[in-house]
Every structure is written in structure tokens, then in C-alpha cells.
Design a binder for this molecule. Sequence first.
Ligand code: SAM
Length: 321
Amino acid sequence: MARSETATVRSALDEAAAALAASDIPSPSLDAEVLLAHILGWNRARLFARPEYGLSKEQRQRFQAALSRRRDHEPVAYIVGVREFFGLEFFIDRRVLIPRPETELLVERVLEAATASRHRLGEAATASRHVLGEAATASRHRLGGTATAGRITLADVGTGSGVVAVSLTVSLPEARVYATDVSSPALEVAALNCQRHGVADRVHLLAGDLLEPVPEPVDIIAANLPYIPAPDLATLAPDVTQYEPLLALDGGPDGLAQISRFLEQAGRWLLPGGVAVLEIGAGQGVQVTDLARRWFPAARIDLFLDYAGLDRVVRIMTPGA
Ligand SMILES: C[S@@+](CC[C@H](N)C(=O)[O-])C[C@H]1O[C@@H](n2cnc3c(N)ncnc32)[C@H](O)[C@@H]1O
């Protein structure tokens, strides 16, 4: 953009969009608008309301620097440092995957399951927690919490930036959530997002493999684990492969390495009548529902499509006590 000494919003955007298009950025005008709005501290609508606003030298320089990063295919979310998800704004950087809109479907299915669970929680849930015995009680004490009748517990496996755990906790004021990730840098970002949304006291961030760090069985498990087949990684856009963490994308040779390990474990971490909800890759519906049936033969298993009509979420509803 804007090598000129003076620039208005309109001229800066025109030059920026042309420069981004020349670098094969797929949505050059939109990206230029988002970056300039971020630098000015405006929303995008204001750009169009004030096209003749003159940029200061410092604003021009910052815009130039942001455009240069975008021309190198760095995703806009990493440049501006935030991303909206489920109506909330989250802090994002290269330690975490950029949350995708389709993951909101996972959150919606979990919230539905939580509403259903609320009705059957209470004495039954208390009784089943007692079955866990002393080990689980000791773990709860270590965490400084106590299982309370009627208080729903959830696990978010592969929490990354924490978008799923935080969205659920904000939506369910009575819930307690265990959020796990193998990536300690990702958990640092999740911690910032828990603080940002005032839920740090109800989201327990735990480092480790899949459900292993979760100290007690829970009512609902949400999991958005990596599911891209390793051979497909090379075909992804450079925005993804050069910037997003491989650990968040690589699902092993067939894409299902983590999901199948998760399904094998999940039964041990679900209370009777518990529900597991997983995000999956487009086209993985048959394989994942087959795997789920193998480990949960008595459960009701449903596949949900996303708005593009692609396989996206599998829900496993286990029988009650
Ligand atoms: C697809 S990202 C999802 C991040 C976030 N939940 C979201 O929806 O935006 C997958 C996450 O799972 C984590 N992960 C990968 N393997 C894992 C494992 N074995 N146990 C726990 N987390 C894992 C990655 O570090 C990454 O943060």
C-alpha cells in the first residue's frame, strides 16, 4: 500500500487491496479493511462512513507493516491478535489454532446436551460420583473443588485457545470445566482467555494427553482434536501450513490417530448417561461413527453436518444409570 506521503482511508484501502491481490491473497479487500480498522481502532462500517479521513504517519506505517505480514500469508487473526467465536472475542497468536466458525456447531451440540443433563442431574449424579471412590475424591480436593449435586461437569479435550471451554463456561454459569491440551504454550493462551472472560475460577486448565489429566468422570466431553490426514497437510494453504501449529492439525496417517485414541479412552471418563461430542473432518463421518459404535455399543450415536453439508460433529449419548 500507500507509499504516498498522505493517504485517506479510501486511497489506503485501494492500494492495499491491489497489493494483497498481487500476492495472491484470496480476500484482498476484506483483509485490507479488517487490518486498517484494527489499526484505527474502528469497526469496518466506520471505514465506509469516513473514506476521506487522513491517516497519520504512524497509522500509515503500522498499516504498511501489517500488510507486509499479510502479503507473506500470515493469517489476519494472528496479525490483529483477536478472533471472534460464539459471540465472544478471544486473544489469538501463533501458539494456537485459529478457531474456525464450524466449531460453533460443536459448542451448540454440547449446550443442548447440557440442557438435557441439567434435568437428570441431582441425586443420581451425586450417587454415581460416590461410586468413583477415594481416588476421585482425593483428586477433587487437590483441585480445591467439590462435586455438587446439580452442578454439571465438562471436559474440553484439545482446548487450544480455550474457545470451546470458555464459550461453554460463559453459557453455563453452573458448570465446571476441565480443559486439556498437550501443548503448554497453547494452555498459556487459554489461560489469558479464561481471565479475559472471567471464568478462570471454573475452567481447570490441565496439561497432558487427551483425557489423562482429568481427575474425575464428567457429564459431557467436548473434543476438537487434530483430524487432518498427514498426507493432506502439504495441500493446505500456506496461511495454515506456515503459521498454525502442526500439533493442532496433524491427525496422523488417516487423520483419525487422536480421535480413535480418544474414543477408546472416553468411556472411562463419562458418568452414566454422559455425552461425548466430537468435531470431525469432512468425510470422516462413517469411519468415526463406526469407531464410536465399537467403543460405545449401547449408545445412541448421531452425525451432524455443517452449513456446507459436510460431516462435522459426532455425538455419543451413553445410556443412563
Ligand atoms: C484442532 S485444535 C482445536 C483447538 C480448539 N479447541 C479450537 O476448537 O479452536 C486441536 C488441539 O488439540 C491439541 N492436541 C493435539 N493432540 C493432543 C492430545 N493427544 N491430547 C490433548 N490435546 C491434544 C492441540 O495442541 C490443539 O490445541
